[in-house]
Design a protein around this ligand. Structure first.
Ligand code: UD1
Ligand code: CA
Length: 451
């Protein structure tokens, strides 16, 4: 059954997350370079939810700000103090006013869940649908009590469960869907006379049954619904996320001799036929075309790399690095906010920040774009086919014309016209025989001293 009703999502994120032992609110911890909460919002968007409300705690202004920035103030519902999952959903009632379709409830700390994993939760008619999963270890989870006809009787929390119920391995993922009106009606009846003294969202199942409303279970994979409570689980979620990314890129024709050492972000793009050597890290915003080579120990974020380009080993591409076809960026070169046109090279030990390097230009070892005067950033332009000698400082704003040369060790503070040679360094003098005489004198002194 596919539903045609309007959809909305309520994402619970008001828990304190104390077990993370981190000053950063739990749901803002990243998986694949993206906050867990954003993964949850992504899933709700993928499901076509026209309204998304995030329930936040009063203790967490950062989470509020994060939600406001992405979804607007209207998407925030505050639960203060946190009195349980049922109480949290009720806190979203005002923000849901006027919405008449189906509501899905998810958690902000379940980072691997995709919209498609819970699509089947919609379409439960005038009843409640719970997303269950088969747990390897059900400890701590609510158990789904399913009757002989496959209907869902109730959810019993671990702390409340009888020894028989504890043997049930079909557990509550926490994801639940129901028509908005029914959901808020049922929640108004939930009491907190239980082991934790909390208002349990899970109680709505029994209440629905009591009214004769249908209740059902749809299943999802355990990995997809895994929740993060502590750092160890965050690391497990990250490992699962990376595994999927690696498999996806291998299947798409990316060559990776040691995929287990390569770290991707949620939005990394890599074209088929590109080789990624061991120990490469992609931060958010990396786009690598097919047929490039990313060599070991490189760190790439917010950067674009075209076909035939070679990066690393030990290169760092920062936001705005844009490498054209066949560009080479070698060891210990950092590139930030610089476009390098086709065939340009910076092979060793350089910092290129804020500027443009023309096609086939050669940036010698140790070149620095001095882009910052302590107050403002300035741009450096190196023209097509220019040659910048090793260990030069290009003090921005400055332009090196096409085909110009800069002598090694120059500190360039003025523009260089196309085709010119700029020399901006001490003039070399020679003192004939000086070194030989000096060494001879010193050797004699040393010999006299040790005699
Ligand atoms: C809950 C379910 C349990 C299920 C498990 C799945 C209930 C009563 N229990 O248990 O059946 O197996 O999730 O992981 O629903 N939250 C709030 N406000 C609150 C309390 C919680 O926003 O007052 C949020 C938390 O931030 C978290 C989510 O709700 O994202 C779940 O809360 P948590 O306390 O972890 O529930 P569990 O005891 O794990
Ligand atoms: Ca939990």
């Amino acid at each position: 059954m596919t539903s045609t009703q309007a959809r909305a999502a309520i994402i619970l994120a008001a828990g304190q997350g104390t077990r993370m032992k981190s000053p950063l609110p739990k749901v803002l911890h990243p998986v694949g370079g993206r906050a867990m909460l954003d993964h949850a919002i992504d899933a709700a968007e993928a499901l076509g939810c026209e309204r998304i409300v995030v329930v936040v705690g009063d203790h967490s202004p950062e989470v509020r700000a994060h939600v406001a920035k992405r979804l607007g103030e209207g998407a925030i519902a505050v639960q203060d103090p946190p009195l349980g999952t049922g109480h949290a959903v009720l806190a979203a009632r005002d923000a849901m006013a006027g919405f008449e379709g189906e509501v899905i409830i998810t958690y902000g700390d379940v980072p691997l869940l995709k919209g498609r994993d819970i699509e089947a939760a919609f379409g439960g008619g005038e009843g409640v649908t719970v997303v269950g999963f088969e747990a390897r270890d059900p400890t701590g989870y609510g158990r789904l009590l399913i009757d002989a006809d496959g209907g869902l009787e109730a959810i019993v929390e671990h702390k409340e469960a009888s020894p028989d119920q504890l043997r049930v391995t079909v557990c509550n993922s926490g994801v639940m869907a129901a028509p908005a009106a029914l959901l808020f009606d049922l929640l108004a009846e939930v009491r907190n006379d239980n082991a934790k003294g909390e208002y349990y969202l899970t109680d709505v199942v029994e209440l629905a049954r009591g009214r004769g409303a249908p209740t059902r279970t749809v299943m999802a994979g355990e990995d997809a619904v895994m929740g993060v409570n502590a750092q160890a689980e965050l690391a497990v979620a990250e490992a699962l996320f990376q595994k999927v990314q690696r498999e996806t890129f291998l299947a798409a024709g990316v060559t990776m001799p040691a995929p287990e050492t390569v770290h991707f972000s949620f939005d990394t793009e890599v074209g088929g036929g590109t080789t990624i050597e061991p120990y490469v890290v992609f931060g958010p915003g990396a786009k690598i075309a097919g047929g490039a080579r990313i060599r070991s120990f490189s760190h790439i974020e917010g950067a674009t790399v075209a076909a035939g380009a070679e990066v690393g080993p030990y290169a760092r591409l920062r936001p705005g690095a844009d490498l054209g076809e066949g560009v080479k960026v070698g060891n210990f070169v950092e590139v930030k906010n610089v476009r390098m046109d086709a065939g340009a090279k910076a092979n060793h030990l350089s910092y290129l920040g804020d500027g443009v390097v023309g096609a086939k230009a050669n940036i010698g070892a140790g070149t620095i774009f001095c882009n910052y005067d302590g107050f403002f950033k300035h741009r450096t332009t190196v023209g097509e086919g220019a040659f910048v000698g090793s260990n030069s400082s290009l003090v921005a704003p400055v332009t090196i014309g096409a085909g110009a040369m800069v002598g090694s060790g120059s500190v360039v503070t003025a523009d260089v016209a196309p085709g010119d040679l700029a020399l901006a360094r001490g003039v070399q003098t020679a003192k004939a025989g000086w070194a030989a005489r000096f060494m001879e004198t010193m050797r004699a002194k040393k010999a006299a001293k040790s005699a």
